[in-house]
Design a protein around this ligand. Structure first.
Ligand SMILES: [Zn+2]
Length: 113
């Protein structure tokens, strides 16, 4: 489970950011997790409360938004949701595709005071 390492890394980035900008509190942290990113939102949510204990983010609410995994069919160029269609083009049934989006894992926004 690599989610704990990811969360610790994010907390460190946020603490540095807060110090640089003289922020005392971040109300809400929004992460965007691509469906193809191999990061599981549920695990992030599970480890987050423990990871933020005794950090500047102890009172920060974590919100996770999922970005869909989108691909383009290499046979017919149709663009479709890879996860919902089980990596198979719904138009021509080809399984060859190139990923357009959904691999990213990023800090989307934060609400600071
Ligand atoms: Zn196709």
């Amino acid at each position: 489970m690599h989610e704990l390492g990811i969360v610790i890394n994010i907390i460190k980035q946020m603490e540095d950011y807060m110090k640089q900008n003289n922020l005392t509190k971040i109300e809400k942290l929004v992460l965007e997790v691509g469906q193809l990113s191999e990061v599981y939102p549920k695990y992030l949510m599970d480890v987050y409360p423990l990871a933020v204990e005794n950090t500047l983010l102890a009172k920060t609410e974590l919100v996770i938004e999922t970005a869909p995994g989108i691909g383009r069919c290499k046979s017919c160029d149709f663009v479709y949701n890879l996860v919902e269609n089980d990596n198979t083009c719904p138009l021509c049934s080809a399984k060859e595709f190139s990923v357009i989006s959904g691999r990213d894992f990023l800090i989307k926004e934060l609400h600071a005071y």
